[in-house]
Design a protein around this ligand. Structure first.
Ligand SMILES: Cc1cc2nc3c(=O)[nH]c(=O)nc-3n(C[C@H](O)[C@H](O)[C@H](O)COP(=O)(O)OP(=O)(O)OC[C@H]3O[C@@H](n4cnc5c(N)ncnc54)[C@H](O)[C@@H]3O)c2cc1C
Length: 377
């Protein structure tokens, strides 16, 4: 099929910026580019019918890190970097709420919790001491007191089994990932951004002042600046980047009539997570049970991880409860040797904002605004 002159001069017209990837990062980048530089013309290209990576396939946690994860981050990357990440996530959550308000995207500060079991071998006194240190450090970037505290009394009410301590974070919540992406997409389209789906960018070439993008269709698109926001798939276009595709798997149960808990829950340093979806339970993670296999961009579920998630549910979360699994899926994250995302100018014409890790919902608005200024300031 040949491209008509009309198509060439409208849908496929040369643009100031082409963004590869219409996940949260690509969409927020378009949002902030239009907000700060309204004259910049933009096309977003995604190979999926809808965004098909992590943004519409995650767990919908509106979080900035569980206590043990932040303590581990402090040990591995230092306090300054840990705080930088937490601050970006916290500001990101505030921005999401400011732009969309809570109701349209089902945003709710339902409370976040972390489960500590006997295997963690930590005493209450020691845990309290660590939380006190963490709370005072976090006070530097979040203007709230006692963010994390022990709420062991809730363990029984929630019906958990073999859980020795529960750390509560009263600032954590959840949202509807599909609605967030859909509303953001509508916002950027209303601002004049062209969005093309089902086109894969297969390569790019600098020709003079421009970048020519090659695709899996008979279409080439030209732009002044290419912004790569393809996260876990970014090596296809920028092989030099230090990141890997990391699969995350999820399942959702049918309604549990007497479900006893609401909120978001973390376990095992963030490797396991679950939340209520009304009276249903969404549970995901367990990548650490098959790290090598799950270092993959293949969007499938595997029996090993799905069985592990079911076992986790019946052992700790819904002991003695019958449940059916109604939905199973996976999404692909971008991860690397460190948790900082890559927000980088590659050359005068090529930029990237990728490697969002496992908490990209909160991070994406802030790094997108940073990227918008990096491209045009
Ligand atoms: C199972 C799972 C659970 C998660 N849970 C949470 C959570 O609860 N809270 C949280 O904050 N974070 C969570 N995350 C992480 C979060 O979803 C991501 O960090 C975030 O969505 C990353 O957004 P992105 O736009 O960078 O990437 P993506 O959403 O992956 O977007 C990249 C896009 O690029 C497109 N693309 C790829 N290659 C090409 C190409 N060559 N040409 C054109 N298009 C291309 C893809 O189709 C995709 O739409 C989770 C992730 C997963 C997988």
């Amino acid at each position: 099929m040949q491209v008509s002159i009309w198509e060439k001069e409208s849908f496929y017209a040369p643009k100031d910026v082409v963004i590869a990837g219409s996940g949260l990062v690509g969409l927020w980048c378009a949002y902030y580019l239009k907000k700060h530089y309204p004259k910049v013309s933009i096309t977003i290209i995604d190979r999926g019918i809808i965004p098909t990576g992590a943004s519409t396939r995650n767990a919908g946690f509106a979080c900035f890190g569980s206590a043990t994860e932040l303590l581990e981050d402090t040990a591995s990357m230092g306090e300054e970097k840990m705080l930088e990440l937490v601050e970006m996530r916290w500001l990101g959550l505030e921005r999401i709420r400011k732009v969309f308000k809570d109701k349209p995207i089902d945003f709710e500060i339902a409370g976040g919790y972390e489960l500590i079991t006997e295997q963690d071998e930590i005493q209450k006194k020691e845990l309290n001491a660590r939380l006190n240190v963490l709370n005072s450090v976090l006070g530097k970037v979040i203007n709230k007191k006692n963010i994390f505290r022990l709420s062991d009394k809730k363990i029984k009410n929630f019906g958990f089994h073999q859980v020795t301590h529960l750390i509560e974070n009263k600032l954590e919540g959840f949202l509807h990932s599909g609605k967030l992406c859909q509303y953001l997409l509508q916002l950027v389209q209303a601002a004049g951004v062209t969005v093309l789906n089902s086109i894969e960018i297969t390569g790019h070439e600098q020709i003079g002042e421009h970048v020519v993008l090659y695709t899996n269709q008979q279409i080439h698109i030209t732009c002044s600046k290419l912004l790569v926001c393809t996260n876990g798939f970014a090596k296809q276009l920028l092989p030099e980047l230090d990141l890997v595709a990391a699969r995350g798997q999820i399942l959702v149960t049918s309604e549990i009539p007497n479900l006893k808990f609401t909120g978001t829950f973390h376990y095992d340093g963030g490797y396991y997570y679950f939340r209520n979806l009304g009276k249903r339970v969404l549970v995901g993670g367990a990548r650490n049970k098959a790290l090598e296999e799950e270092t993959s961009s293949e969007m499938i579920t595997t029996e090993k991880i799905q069985k592990e998630l079911e076992y986790f549910l019946s052992k700790y979360i819904l002991p003695g409860e019958e449940f059916l699994v109604t939905d199973r899926w996976s999404g692909i994250m971008g991860m690397g040797p460190e948790k900082m995302p890559i927000v980088q100018k590659i050359s005068d014409n090529i930029f990237c904002a990728v490697r969002l890790g496992g908490m990209g919902v909160a991070l994406s608005p802030v790094i997108a605004e940073k990227m918008a200024h990096m491209m045009f300031r």
